[in-house]
Each structure stands twice: as C-alpha cells, then as structure tokens.
Design a protein around this ligand. Structure first.
Ligand code: F58
Length: 846
C-alpha cells in the first residue's frame, strides 16, 4: 500500500465513508429497513416474508461486497499465482444462511429480523435454490469454492449463468416424473453483480484459413459472434474477510438484433438471431452419465450442437478473461503457468486446451512447441466417472462445423501425440488416438489427459480404475507420476453447522473449543470419541437426532401434507436416479420386507424394527428405465402406506424435487443411508460423507469413498455388502454366457419380481422393461447382490434395536470424519497440483 494506491481526494473522507462488516444489531436493522425503503421501494406495513428476505439479503450482500472488494484489491496488488476452477455446474443451493454464518452475523441478523417482526427460518425459506447443476459434480464445485475462500486461497470459479437451472420435478397421479422449468431468476437474484462492462465476443462457425508462412498459424473468420457478459457471485470464506469470485457468463446477441434483416423487412429473422445467441445460456442440460442410454443401445442425441456451443462459449470467455487479467499484470506470456493454474472439472471444459493453443499460436505468435509447453503446464484434469457410456465424445463433423480452427488444432495435437508415441515405442498406438471410430469422434477424456499437467480421480479406488482402465495407455506412455488421487470432500460449514445447528452447538460445547476452530480443522472432531462412553452425552446426541427427525416430518407435513411417524428408524437414499446407483435394489428390498411383514403374526411383529424409508432424486428426462424406477417407488409407497397390516412397521416416501435445500433437512434426520452402487461404478459419492458427518450410519457397497469412510470410522461402524470390483466383470460374463434363471439363483428376488409383474403395485405391465433389465443381462448385478443386501438389512435392524450401541456407533462415525472436509481436499489441489498459496486479506475496506 502507499499514498499512490488511493484513488483520489481526501483519504480521511474516504475512510469515513467506508462501510465495515463488524455490525451490531442496530446497524443490521437499520440496514434492512434502509433496503426496504430504498432498494425495494416497499412500505414497512405490508412487508411479507419475501420482502423481508430480499431486504436481509441485500443487507448481507453489502457486507460481502466490502470483503469481496478488499480481496480482489489485495490480489491485484500482490499478484499471487491463481487457480481457476472451470465447471459447467455449480450447485450452490441457498446463500443467505450460509453467507451470514460465514460472516459471523447469523445471530445478529436473527435478532434483528425478529425485532422487525419476522422469523429468521421463514425468511431463509423464501430464497430459491441456485440449482445450476445435476448432482455430485456440481455440488462438489460449490464445496470447493467455500473451502478455497475459507482458506484464503486465490481461486476463482468460472461457469455459465443459466436462466433455467435443473428442471423442477413433479410427480403425476400415476407416479411418473414430470419436468417443469426452473425460472430461478424470476424474483431477482441479490447475490449476483452484473458486470455489463466485462464482455467478450465469442465466434462460432465460419472458416479457418491456415497461413502458408510456415508458422502453423491460421486466421479464423466469419460465422456468428455472440457476446459473453460477466455476472459475479461473491463467495465468502468462513471466519475470514477472504471473499472469492464465481464468474458466470451470460450469452447475448452482439447487437440487440440484426439491423440488416430488420431493414430488409425480415423482422422475425432479426429476432431469431437474437434468440439463438441467448439460447446458449438459457438452460442447464439435465443429463446424468448418459451420452448414450444405459441399456447401451439407444443413443440420446438431444441438442448436441447447443451443448457443444455452451462448452466453447464458456471456456473461450473464461480464457479470454484470464488472459486479460494476466496481461494487465504486465507479465511475459512465457510466465503464464507461473501465475495461472486451470482446473478442468471433468471433460466439459476440455475445449480450453485447443482454445489456449489457438490464442498462443494465432494471437501471440508462439511456436507450436512453446504453446504446448505452456498449455501442458497450465491445465489439470479431474475425472469423475469410468462408466463407458458417460465419457464424452464429440463427432468430428460437428466440431469441424462449429469450431473449424479447433478441429485443426485437435488433429495437430493428435498427430504430435502419435509421433511421440511411436518414438517412445508404445505398443498400441491406436488405443491412445483420441480421434477414433466411424463416424470419427473426439474422445474428450484423452484430449484432457494429454493436454494436462496432472490427472486425478476422486477417491482411491476410482483413481486406481482411471489408471488401469480408461487411461491405461496414457499411464504407459506418460508415466504414473502424471496421475494421482484427490479424495472428494464436503464443506462442514454447510453440511454440519448450517444444516444441523443443534449438533454443531453440542460439539462445540463438548470439545470446549471455539466453533471456528473445529470447523476449520475437522480432525478436531476426534475429541468426541471418549464421549461415546458417556451416557448423558449419548442421550443428548440421540435427542438431537430425534428433533431432526421431527423437523423433517414437519417439513413433509407442511409441503406434502403427509404424516410421518418419527418413532422409527429413518432410512434414506437420495441421489440421482440411475441404474448403477441401484435404487432398484433398495425398492426390491422394501417390497421383500413388506411381504415378510405380511406373513408375520402379531407377536412376531412386536419385535420388528420400525422403518421409514425415504427416496429422493431426479431422473434424466430421457432416461426411461430410471423414470420407471421412480414410478415403481411411488406406487409401492401407495400400497404399503395404506396397508393396515404393515403400515405401523414400514412406511415409504418418495419426496419430489430433490434439491440442496431438501438434502439439508433430510441428512441430519437419517439413522442409516444407502450408497449401494455396483462395485466399481460410483467414482466417490459425497452424500455418504454428509450423512456420516451428521451421525447417520452407512449401508453400502465396497465402492468409491465408502471404502475410505470405512477405513476411517472402522469396519464395525459401517454395514458393507455385495461383490467386490474385481468380480464384476466375471459376473457380467456369466450373465451373458451361462445365465441361471432367477428362480434358481435367488428365489426371494424371483418372488418379489413376480409380485410386481402380477400387478400388486398396479401399473398393468408398465414395469416389465425395468424388471427385464434384471431378468436379462442384469448389468448392474442386482441378482448377485440381493441376498447379501437383505442379510445386511437384517443386521442393521438388529443393531438398531440395541439403542445405546447404535448411538455409540453414530458418535464414533461423526468423530472420525475429519478427513472428508473439503478443506483437506482443496489443500491437496493447492499444494500438489496448482502450486498456489494462501493470501491473507485485511479486514475493513481499502
Ligand atoms: C459425480 N458425477 C460422481 N456427474 O458420480 C460421484 O461419484 C462423485 O462423487 C461426484 O461426481 C463428485 O466427484 C457427476 O455428478 C454429473 O452429474 C455429470 C453432469 C454432466 C453430464 C454427465 C454427468
């Protein structure tokens, strides 16, 4: 700092005008009332909860802005190396509560809002979720932003500002999933700052002419140009002034409309051009692990070109922005990787690799080798799946048309790779080619891998599978040191302190340290271990779980009008609906239990463990089998919940429209949660960590991060079942070549399937295609794992009946979850991948 860094005028006058964050309740109420009066232009006497939310949000935003400005100014002055997290999805959920907790202002706002006649919980509920993501991958990005800011790491996110987030899920009277748009911006979004001055022109189509000057440069011209406009979202760190930025791009026509067409009397044509530009950021794609339908025969090709345009629009705008910031700092282009690290969240931003090559060669006049050195020291690629049908491939003719210059560069990268391979005597060059097939397609995972400095998977087992299956040949070619693992994590701020305030308070009281200490070093939770032996502590622990169940029951009653009993075990499976995640196994298990109950005498029933089973999750709109699974669950629920023989012992609910906010109510209420993917298919899973952090036990397969959770909490505190990864391929082979009828292989399962076929749950034969996936190839091994699944469910019942032992397991589980903080994960990226360091941010203005 220094005098020259002050903008102009009298420093004292500036300082006097400066807002600070450290406010008392009166400052809070004044600020809220001020926003009601001016920003909202509303009267105090008719203010409703929504108005109160908006005013409170604007007030919190003022505080965030102070810190955000200081943070950005500090970065500009210090010029640290920065990391950029490129993700097509950021599943942020609600912001107000989180912002207040991170700012340390929650109590003051609760108090202030109360004085103004409102209840804080009701006010918080007014906010719509920012649901710019499908599932785990998008929520992971949100947790990583929270951790980066909390640890004062200079990390910016880059994404798209979709006008419509993930679709809203409705359930029809028949139990079918229906999709409705999610116009989340309709009530205005106080958390974003339009930056109408930060714009870039993004080109599509046209021609790329190579210059014949031997430099390899080309000129890309013509086609369509679309404007990218920046919107900034502030990301507050916890217990620090550090407030990072998430920059989201909106697409707009370059000019309001095409004057030429307009003058030629083609008014509709003129408006159309403007529509097509805006279409790029209009909606989030609701696909989930499916470029091809998982029955592996029906490809889903909806709006492919638009998706490619989204990917390019976003990566090109982000790179242009990163480049402009880098150049403003006055550095030499060769130093780019010393100041910039770019993390590719899955293959969606892979076009950034040829795009940076294009910038460096065509605009910056570097040679191919100079450019390639910069590129391969800048990018890092995280893989999130090894499911073959989920690996992105783009048809060459499509790229050639939309991005002609990039197709040339991709061919050149491929050719150079091949030459290198040949000179390294790699046996099967074909395998590493990333332009393959008929029609030719570009395998994006291969391109991302070859263009990155490092590649990682998201849990130990998954990273191993990445190296031994999909990228095996690259390991041979480039050496294992390029490949690593960063096990996923979750932010304990949202996923414990915010969603389970009572448990958070009990932990703070018990550990006898400040909340901010253990929330920033989650391994401190180990201090809870001795209290598992303390009966009074156990009573408090289980009373909190009970109140969280009641909170969930209350939520379900007010939103759906259903009465849920809370004197039962709460058993939860919430995640995208997908065959590999095996919600089918769960519902078949429920049906099995239902028939077992029906056979019992009243005496036998008295000994039964009462269960309430919850499902929630969305299916990709084109994923027929997943939608049938939802329909089956809903209709089984109808029968079971109405059956007087069983309803006291077994209840089943499908909660529609799963979201981050619904997860925040469900997770703290769970006794046991299910993570039961076929071994080797779930890369990591992250909700497994959330449940365990909140003292819910885990029922799962030996897959993804379940394995590492068991390592931490001890095998005797989790319930594992099913075949292991190495057996999966053999079993699938047997299904195809030595099939055994289900009646013989697994009679209890055959009985359940037959009951569904017989129409016990209605449907008139609609479920046959779903049942046939099990009866025929059974790719996801339901028939192989059913028996051990049922046996394990029974072990869970038995364990739950020993209440005191169960609570001990619950406490021990929470105590050992330190590893799964996203702070740990983001530190691994910062240290071992990006090579960036924390920058401390002064509090209070300039
Ligand atoms: C998920 N992937 C993994 N993809 O399935 C899960 O195991 C992991 O914990 C999580 O990533 C975080 O690493 C995932 O959520 C998607 O939603 C893609 C969205 C775009 C289309 C393809 C699926």
């Amino acid at each position: 700092s220094g005098k020259d860094q002050w903008p102009r005028g009298d420093e004292g006058v500036w300082r006097d005008g400066m807002r600070t964050v450290d406010k008392d309740v009166q400052a809070v109420t004044r600020s809220i009332v001020g926003h009601v009066q001016t920003s909202l232009a509303r009267q105090a006497y008719n203010l409703d909860n929504l108005g109160a939310y908006q005013a409170a949000a604007l007030s919190a935003r003022d505080d965030l802005l102070v810190n955000w400005n200081t943070t950005q100014l500090t970065f500009t002055r210090k010029q640290p190396k920065r990391a950029y997290y490129l993700s097509l999805e950021f599943l942020m959920g609600r912001t107000l509560d989180n912002a207040l907790l991170n700012l340390g202002l929650k109590d003051k706002f609760t108090d202030g809002v109360q004085k103004l006649g409102f209840n804080m919980e009701d006010v918080i509920e007014q906010e719509r979720d920012a649901a710019l993501g499908n599932g785990g991958l998008g929520r992971l990005a949100a947790c990583y932003l929270d951790s980066s800011a909390s640890q004062e790491l200079p990390v910016w996110g880059y994404g798209l500002r979709y006008k419509y987030g993930i679709f809203q899920q409705l359930i029809s009277p028949q139990g079918e999933q229906l999709e409705a748009p999610d116009p989340w911006l309709d009530n205005q979004n106080p958390w974003e700052l339009p930056r109408l001055d930060v714009t870039y022109d993004i080109r599509f189509y046209g021609r790329a002419d190579r210059l014949d000057d031997g430099t390899g440069r080309a000129v890309w011209h013509g086609g369509q140009e679309v404007l990218a406009v920046a919107y900034d979202v502030m990301i507050p760190g916890y217990d620090t002034a550090s407030t990072n930025n998430l920059r989201l791009w909106e697409s707009k026509p370059q000019r309001g409309f095409d004057l030429n067409s307009f003058n030629a009397g083609n008014y509709e044509g003129a408006v159309e051009a403007s529509n097509s530009a805006s279409a790029i950021t209009s909606v989030l794609y609701p696909n989930d692990h499916t470029t091809c339908a998982p029955n592996r025969s029906i490809p889903i090709h909806f709006g492919k070109e638009l998706r490619l345009k989204q990917q390019y629009f976003w990566t090109a705008a982000s790179l242009a922005d990163i480049m402009r910031r880098f150049k403003n700092a006055g550095k030499n282009i060769r130093e780019f990787p010393d100041f910039v690290a770019i993390q590719l969240n899955d293959t969606h931003p892979t076009l950034a690799i040829p795009e940076l090559m294009r910038i460096l060669i065509d605009d910056e006049d570097l040679t191919w080798d100079q450019a390639w050195t910069i590129v391969t020291n800048t990018f890092f690629y995280t893989n999130h799946t090894v499911l073959p049908e989920a690996l992105e491939k783009w048809p060459v003719p499509l790229i050639e048309n939309v991005l002609p210059r990039h197709m040339q560069i991709i061919y050149d990268i491929s050719m150079n790779g091949q030459v290198l391979l040949a000179s390294n005597h790699v046996s099967d060059i074909q395998l590493t080619a990333f332009v393959e097939g008929q029609p030719k397609q570009v395998r994006m995972a291969h391109l991302a891998c070859i263009g990155s400095r490092k590649v990682n998977g998201v849990a130990e087992l998954h990273s191993e599978l990445v190296q031994t299956t999909i990228l095996k040949d690259f390991v041979e070619f480039e050496g294992v040191s390029k490949f690593g693992n960063v096990t996923n994590g979750i932010t304990p701020r949202r996923w414990l302190d915010q969603c389970n305030p009572e448990l958070s308070a009990l932990i703070t009281k018990t550990l006898k340290i400040e909340k901010s200490v253990w929330l920033k070093d989650l391994t401190k939770l180990e201090g809870l271990l001795p209290f598992a032996e303390d009966k009074a502590f156990r009573a408090q622990w289980s009373a909190i779980k009970q109140r969280n169940k009641e909170r969930l029951a209350h939520h379900v009653q007010t939103t759906l009008g259903l009465i849920i009993r809370t004197d039962a075990m709460f058993d939860v499976q919430i995640k995208r609906i997908h065959e590999y995640k095996r919600q089918t196994l769960n519902i078949l298990g429920v049906i099995h239990r239902y028939f077992a109950l029906k056979k019992m005498t009243p005496e036998e029933k008295k000994k039964v463990n009462r269960r309430v089973v919850f499902f929630a999750g969305k299916a990709a709109p084109a994923y027929y089998i997943a939608k049938l699974t939802i329909r089956l669950i809903v209709n089984v629920a109808r029968v079971i919940n109405a059956d007087p023989d069983t309803k006291e012992y077994l209840q089943l609910y499908f909660l529609p429209d799963y979201s981050v906010s619904l997860a925040e109510v469900l997770i703290p209420a769970s006794d046991i949660s299910q993570h039961i993917s076929t071994a080797g298919t779930e890369a990591s899973g992250t909700s497994n960590m959330k449940f365990c952090l909140n003292g819910g036990l885990l029922l799962g397969t030996v897959d993804g991060a379940n394995i590492e959770i068991a390592e931490e909490v001890g095998e005797n505190n989790v319930f594992f079942f099913g075949h292991l990864t190495p057996a999966v391929e053999d079993l699938r082979y047997q299904h195809l070549y030595h099939p055994v009828p289900i009646e013989e292989k697994c009679p209890p399962l055959a009985f359940v399937l037959n009951q569904i076929s017989a129409g016990v749950f209605g449907g008139d034969g609609v479920y046959e295609p779903l049942l046939n996936t099990i009866r025929q190839s059974d790719y996801y091994l339901i028939t192989d794992d059913f028996d051990s699944y049922i046996a394990t469910l029974e072990m869970v019942d038995e364990a739950y009946l020993d209440k005191e032992e169960w609570i001990k397991k619950s406490i021990r589980t929470t105590a050992k979850m330190g590893k799964f903080s996203s702070d740990r994960a983001i530190n691994e990226y910062a240290e071992s991948y990006w090579n960036i360091e924390p920058v401390s941010i002064p509090t209070g203005g300039l």
